[in-house]
Design a protein around this ligand. Structure first.
Ligand code: FES
Length: 146
């Protein structure tokens, strides 16, 4: 795809977000935000007994790239285990959005994915105590385009 097509792809996810909304009685409900801009995303996840995602949705308020990235990540993680989400590389998300388009906005592009990764990481210990995961996460991005 060329740059214009990547931008159209991002705008389509922003204007027609996939899996947008809340899940009643989620196993994971996790909030994430980017310090400095005030943009926030909430990810809702249902998992089965093997910790495999059966449903995922998001709500949020933020820039075009962060909301498009949150929409896209919901499509990328369906059917994956929480462990697979934790270990998932950023590359497929960034490649689909166009590296040249988002490389100066990686914190925006990965807000949804990082929030989801945080929830996946915390879930096992919360589950052991019978709690849902409701935890604001302050993101510490270590991304680079190298
Ligand atoms: Fe805040 Fe993009 S400007 S996430």
């Amino acid at each position: 795809m060329d740059r214009r097509e990547y931008i159209e792809f991002i705008l389509d996810h922003y204007n027609n977000p996939r899996n947008h909304g809340a899940i009643d009685d989620p196993d994971i409900l996790v909030n994430g935000g980017n310090p400095g801009c005030g943009d926030v995303v909430t990810m809702y996840v249902k998992v089965d007994d093997d910790n495999r995602v059966t449903d995922v949705k998001f709500e949020g308020r933020g820039c075009t790239i962060s909301m498009a990235g949150a929409s896209l990540v919901t499509e990328l993680v369906k059917g994956k285990t929480l462990k697979e989400i934790e270990e998932m590389p950023y590359t497929p998300l960034i490649d689909q959005m166009g590296e040249d388009v988002v490389k100066s906005r990686l914190r925006c592009a990965t807000l949804g994915m990082d929030t989801l990764k945080g929830g996946a990481r915390e879930y096992p210990s919360r589950k052991a105590t019978g709690q849902k995961l409701i935890q604001p996460i302050v993101l510490a991005h270590t991304l680079s385009t190298d």
